[in-house]
Design a protein around this ligand. Sequence first.
Ligand SMILES: Nc1ncnc2c1ncn2[C@@H]1O[C@H](COP(=O)(O)OP(=O)(O)O)[C@@H](O)[C@H]1O
Ligand SMILES: CCCC(=O)OP(=O)(O)O
Length: 360
Amino acid sequence: MQKKSYRILIINPGSTSTKIGVYANDQIIFEDTLRHQADKIALYASVIDQYDFRKDAILSSLETCGIQPSDLDAVCGRGGLLRPISGGTYIVNEAMLNDLEKGFSGQHASNLGGILAHEIASEVNIPAFIVDPVVVDEMQPIARISGFAPISRKSIFHALNQKAVARRYAKQVGKGYEDLRLIVTHMGGGITVGAHCQGKVIDVNNGLHGDGPFSPERSGTVPIGELVDLCYSGTYYRKEIMAKLVGQGGLVGYLGTNDAVTVEKRIEAGDEEAALVYEAMAYQVAKEIGSAATVLEGKVDAILLTGGLAYGKEYVEMIKKRVGWISEVIIYPGEDELQALAEGALRVMNGEEQAKTYPA
Ligand SMILES: Nc1ncnc2c1ncn2[C@@H]1O[C@H](COP(=O)(O)OP(=O)(O)O)[C@@H](O)[C@H]1O
Ligand SMILES: CCCC(=O)OP(=O)(O)O
């Protein structure tokens, strides 16, 4: 029997852009990146206040290619900072909308994904989904112990792309994702390193709030005593310290840019400080991968490097040099989150998987 064909709108809100795609089953038929100027974003006090202007931008873009919401069968958005949940495709429901509006686990543009998907879908009576949000939590109990009793380690990471890349690798080697032990490293604005075991991310650094390697715009783990002293020095407000850790940390803090391509040009021109900081970022990523290898007890089928930084050939070589002895290292530059969202929605539409209900 021939499978039904589904048309799915995908919405991936980022801090400076909203990426959208329309899929006919797993084939993309329309794609647009709606860039939002920093000064426009700065007009809004919170992520949720950007809702109307992002929705208008999406609908105008769809109009330019002649697609109406009534032509769609489902809408799927990137999921945001909800309560910790297991991976998979979730139907958007009231409980989820409330938590996205509040920003239950914090503020990130992805909080708008489920809300925008619901709004557009409900107007034409079709289902809205999210897939593998940044709060996917499959950490094993031992990984939650931080060493400081009042604070548990949290799972906040690039779940969508990490799982998509892990599944892509599994397909390439003809095995099930559930049968592999992988270390997946997403290197974008934030950097996260996940230990994947039997289809679950059993340990991962919190990519948003001060944990793991530093990244283009985040500090990662910092020496804790000095940080406490700085917080109580009377020099900074809380929001200034938070901004130094997230947004103005990492490459931005040392070199004034979050753009690795600019950093590479500076290195080529002989900038020694840029060379040292860039290599330090690779060094910290390699250390985190080494740590994930111990989580997997040294039995690692492959290390997968992905995200925008994975385009940097010399940067990738600096990591490979330190971790190549653990297992083979495969590079998947960039990310394909639109495709991953479409495939997640499609698995449910085709009846291959059942949509999960939030909170799980
Ligand atoms: N060709 C390239 N070479 C080196 N770095 C790159 C390249 N393309 C993008 N990057 C870097 O990747 C980072 C952004 O990664 P990306 O995955 O797009 O981020 P996000 O997590 O925000 O989606 C930036 O530092 C960017 O400069
Ligand atoms: C760790 C949460 C997801 C994240 O950091 O995404 P970006 O790198 O795109 O900001």
